[in-house]
Design a protein around this ligand. Structure first.
Ligand code: HEC
Ligand code: HEC
Ligand code: HEC
Ligand code: HEC
Ligand code: HEC
Length: 381
């Protein structure tokens, strides 16, 4: 008896140790949705499964959980903006809260409307683990192809049908284990690879109100999809996914169950989803517990690292032409946008600064000497 108790006590320790380390992604379910925690069993990285030959975890949950999209309903900037808009227009509280939740808390809001409700409130959002799961697995992978690419799909009008299908990029997926475990069937759907899928939330026209507080019209607030559509990228078949979900060109299994799964896939797509947002990433690290962040701190660091890489290497090409005569020096500074849209794009508060110095050679040598002393460059991952 005593021996059993000791063993139980020991197991209790292991369990509690695990919970302390653990960042529990929600396992809640609703009529239409299921929490990201219900995908971990099979789609986490392990030897031979969603892990590259160098042993790096390339699995969807690993990168997604520290992304801005996973944290879209916890984002303190977003919450502050919703509150301030409600404060300015108290008579529109219901409309504003419901509208903002459409893309930032898509599972809670879509479920509420599906259940016959007219709107979804901020108070409900704060209590609902599926709302707090942000732009989660079960949102993107259930978006129906029907209205994609049309105006009817923009401003958060993605369609989720009660058919329990998760669309993915591969043909003939092995279905039984996922159906039995989650109730959802993995299905091949080419639309998952299209920019139009992202456009459902990344094309946003917003109503504005006149002095009397009445809706007076709509303005184009976020237009990365149209910017992309009018760029060279559609002709080159370079979608949002191509840049925001880097592909790993190695053959591997994408599920750990069943253990004898024969299918191997190539490529798989890292769910980085980084843009240029390092500010909120840092805020989430600094207020990790208060904001109820699910991802490990180390994952937030990895997301920050990829975001900085994106800004440093993939955003802009800077070059210059210099000509001079005895009186003047003329410098043309050439900035070439390397992104698939305007730079910056997205939320209208985004700004980019160009710091430009013209200095003589003596000063340059001095500055190079000082910067070498001041900065230590570390490679993280
Ligand atoms: C159609 C979908 C959609 C709706 C509806 C929507 N947003 Fe957003 N929002 C986005 C997307 C997409 C981004 C990310 C763009 C970016 O990173 O630049 C974003 C970003 C933001 C940001 C910046 C967050 C950050 O961390 O920098 C704020 C603030 C914000 N939204 C507030 C609101 C408010 C307030 C409402 C309701 C009035 C609202 N949003 C409704 C899609 C939406
Ligand atoms: C913002 C939308 C979005 C979210 C959120 C998202 N995915 Fe994906 N996922 C995609 C897209 C798009 C692809 C295919 C990319 C392509 O073909 O270019 C994909 C591919 C996949 C694949 C195929 C294998 C692979 O790794 O590429 C699996 C499995 C998968 N996702 C599972 C998940 C799980 C589990 C989550 C949540 C932890 C998740 N996804 C979150 C959009 C999303
Ligand atoms: C019990 C294991 C298991 C669980 C849990 C599970 N899946 Fe799967 N999933 C699979 C298997 C097996 C495949 C097919 C692999 C293949 O054929 O290569 C798959 C394939 C997929 C695909 C790719 C489909 C295609 O045809 O491209 C997506 C997307 C996907 N799952 C999403 C999810 C999401 C989202 C969750 C969580 C809600 C989830 N899965 C939970 C086992 C699972
Ligand atoms: C259900 C709505 C929805 C869909 C679908 C969606 N997004 Fe987002 N996305 C958001 C919201 C909301 C944010 C802003 C979160 C925040 O900052 O609070 C965002 C932010 C982003 C960011 C900015 C991250 C940063 O660090 O600045 C990128 C990049 C992004 N999404 C890419 C994609 C891609 C690629 C797809 C398609 C595969 C996609 N999104 C589909 C709602 C969505
Ligand atoms: C050719 C590569 C490329 C393509 C294609 C691309 N993006 Fe980006 N995107 C980037 C880079 C690099 C950044 C980081 C620079 C920045 O912050 O604007 C970025 C930033 C963003 C941001 C953050 C907002 C901002 O400016 O900080 C959002 C949101 C976004 N992309 C959405 C999309 C969507 C939606 C699509 C498809 C319609 C798309 N991207 C296509 C490379 C690309």
């Amino acid at each position: 008896m005593k021996k059993n108790l000791i063993i139980l006590g020991f197991m209790g320790l292991i369990v509690s140790g695990f919970t302390l380390m653990g960042n529990s992604l929600p396992t809640n379910k609703s009529n239409l949705f299921t929490g990201s925690g219900n995908c971990l069993l099979c789609h986490s990285g392990s030897q031979g499964v969603l892990m590259n030959s160098a042993g790096r975890d390339v699995s969807p949950p690993y990168h997604w959980k520290s992304s801005m999209m996973a944290n879209s309903a916890k984002d303190p900037y977003w919450r502050a903006k919703v509150s301030s808009e409600v404060e300015e227009n108290p008579h529109l509280k219901e409309v504003i809260e419901d509208k903002c939740a459409t893309c930032h808390a898509p599972m809670g809001r879509t479920e509420a409307i599906y259940n016959g409700r007219t709107h979804f409130t901020f108070d409900e959002l704060k209590q609902d683990p599926l709302s707090l799961d942000g732009v989660s697995c079960a949102v993107c992978h259930q978006i129906d192809p029907d209205n994609l690419g049309t105006v009817e799909s923009f401003s958060g009008k993605y369609q989720i049908k009660p058919v329990k299908k998760m669309y993915g990029p591969y043909s003939n997926p092995f279905t039984i284990s996922m159906v039995n475990n989650t109730g959802y069937t993995p299905v091949h759907g080419t639309h998952i690879e299209s920019s139009a899928l992202c456009a459902t939330c990344h094309t946003l026209t917003t109503p504005y109100v006149d002095q009397d507080g009445n809706v007076a019209g709509y303005f184009p607030e976020q237009m990365p999809y149209y910017e992309w559509l009018n760029s060279v990228y559609p002709a080159q078949k370079i979608s949002c996914q191509k840049c925001h979900m880097p592909s790993v060109n190695e053959e591997m299994k994408i599920s750990s169950l069943p253990g004898n799964l024969a299918n191997k896939r190539n490529p798989v797509f890292e769910h980085h989803f980084v843009g240029g947002n390092t500010v909120i990433n840092q805020l989430m690290k600094d207020n990790y517990t208060a904001l109820g962040i699910n991802s490990d701190l180390s994952n937030l660091d990895i997301t920050a690292f990829y975001t900085l890489e994106n800004l440093k290497s993939n955003s802009i090409e800077v070059s210059s032409n210099v000509s001079s005569n005895s009186n003047e020096i003329v410098i043309d500074l050439i900035l070439k946008n390397k992104t698939g849209h305007k730079l910056p794009t997205g939320f209208p508060s985004r700004r980019m600064w160009v710091h430009f110095y013209a200095i003589n050679v003596l000063n340059l040598i001095m500055i190079l000497f000082l910067t070498k002393k001041m900065f230590r460059f570390t490679k993280l991952y």
